[in-house]
Design a protein around this ligand. Structure first.
Ligand SMILES: Cc1cc2nc3c(=O)[nH]c(=O)nc-3n(C[C@H](O)[C@H](O)[C@H](O)COP(=O)(O)OP(=O)(O)OC[C@H]3O[C@@H](n4cnc5c(N)ncnc54)[C@H](O)[C@@H]3O)c2cc1C
Length: 369
């Protein structure tokens, strides 16, 4: 049986951030990833936006980790020369009835310590984005975009330089706590038994399944798991936008918005479709719905210029009709198993929050050793 100090399950942006943080403080870390490369699920199927921390309830993990993570992420990108841009974001009031909601975002952001949002009247908004239809907008200057692949590659590089090992094609099948930590049984090309003192479940869409495979873990603590699929269309013609453009948010998502990638290309998304499992097939029949949503704030939109882009799936722990749940990060003080941290429901703003989540998890584990 192999023995290792610490196992991180999942090489998405969350697992990689945590592995890096633990390796940098001298821990021996093994990252186990079911796929043949890192970041092939949610971490490479998102909007790549560095969120400011506007929408989330005051004091929630989403609010505090997003605001702390944003600063850590911008600093890290500068230090490591990861491609990023602070391009700013406009949240549009497309008619007078949305002005109050948009102004509430400005005060909600301030409650979260994000004090740089300003209200722009129609004239000022159109000076920034002439093709937009709106009566005004909130402008968030600290929202940005990032090359998430370059970011993950850098996290992995840091972790490996500090001695971490990554095992691909390795899926955790069962976990049994014993007096020294946890005995893991893996399947795939690296199938064997491993003993670890510390165990971090950062399996994203599969985190609830992994938790359910942990013997002696109180299953009543594991939240239900839901999948909310998202489609993105890319714009085939020239991108007329210089900023991220968001409509007002809906209950479970931020609405079909305009994001700009590091190459300057525009894409539209995400929509929201509750699905029973992980299936990234693109449903092009949604084009008309996208066109309607986009045309609402960009009258010059042309349906022919919308090209199927990609899909992603939100790892939800609250279902249809319920308000969005907070991140759920459980450690020994919650479940009583020393050395175990489970991360559930790490949807948006997980990418932005990743370095702050890693610091939090490091602190939780250090209380256990
Ligand atoms: C549509 C969409 C848009 C988003 N936009 C943004 C945004 O603009 N800004 C932002 O900050 N956040 C955004 N997010 C959120 C962000 O993408 C996620 O919070 C983040 O990527 C989650 O990373 P993760 O490492 O937890 O999960 P994942 O990236 O899914 O990684 C989990 C890994 O675990 C592996 N795994 C699963 N089960 C096992 C097993 N049994 N054994 C071994 N390995 C296993 C998987 O193969 C996978 O690689 C968005 C999310 C979605 C879905």
């Amino acid at each position: 049986m192999d023995r290792i100090e610490c196992v991180v399950i999942g090489a998405g942006v969350i697992g990689l951030s945590i592995a890096r943080a633990l390796a940098l403080e001298g821990k021996e870390v093994l990252i186990m990833e079911a796929e043949d490369t890192f970041g092939s699920h949610t971490s490479s199927r998102n909007s790549e936006v560095i969120h400011a921390g506007i929408y989330y309830p005051k004091g929630s993990l989403k609010a505090t980790l997003c605001v702390a993570g944003k600063k850590l992420l911008y600093d890290y990108c500068e230090l490591r020369e990861i491609p990023f841009k602070r391009i700013g974001k406009l949240i549009l009031a497309t008619d007078e009835s949305e002005v109050e909601t948009v102004n509430k975002y400005i005060s909600k952001a301030a409650e979260n310590g994000v004090n740089d949002l300003i209200w722009l009247n129609q004239k000022k908004t159109l000076e920034l984005e002439p093709e937009i239809r709106c009566v005004g907008a909130a402008f968030s200057p600290s929202t940005g975009i990032i090359d998430s692949h370059a970011y993950m590659l850098s996290l992995l590089g840091d972790a490996e330089n500090a001695g971490s090992i990554i095992a691909y094609h390795t899926s955790i099948e069962s976990i049994e706590p014993d007096q020294h930590g946890f005995i893991l049984n893996t399947s795939g090309s690296n199938a064997h038994e491993i003993h670890t003192k510390l165990l971090i479940n950062a399996a994203g869409l599969r985190a609830c399944d992994v938790a359910n495979s942990i013997k002696k873990l109180d299953k009543a603590l594991i939240p239900p798991s839901y999948f909310a699929k998202a489609h993105y269309y890319s714009l085939a013609s020239r991108n007329p936008f210089k900023h991220l453009i968001y409509p007002v948010a809906h209950q479970a998502s931020l609405g079909v918005h305009v994001t700009v990638d590091m190459g300057g290309n525009a894409r539209f998304g995400p929509d929201l479709d509750w699905v029973p499992g992980i299936d990234y097939t693109f449903d092009d029949s949604r084009k008309a719905l996208f066109y309607e949503a986009i045309r609402h704030y960009w009258p010059a939109a042309n349906q022919e210029q919308l090209q199927p882009g990609y899909t992603g799936i939100r790892p939800k722990i609250s279902g249809p009709g319920a308000s969005a749940a907070d991140f759920m990060i459980q450690s020994a003080k919650d479940h009583g198993l020393r050395g175990l941290v489970n991360l559930f429901g790490i949807e948006s703003p997980g990418l932005t929050s990743s370095l702050a989540i890693a610091e939090l998890v490091k602190g939780l584990l250090n209380r256990d050793v």
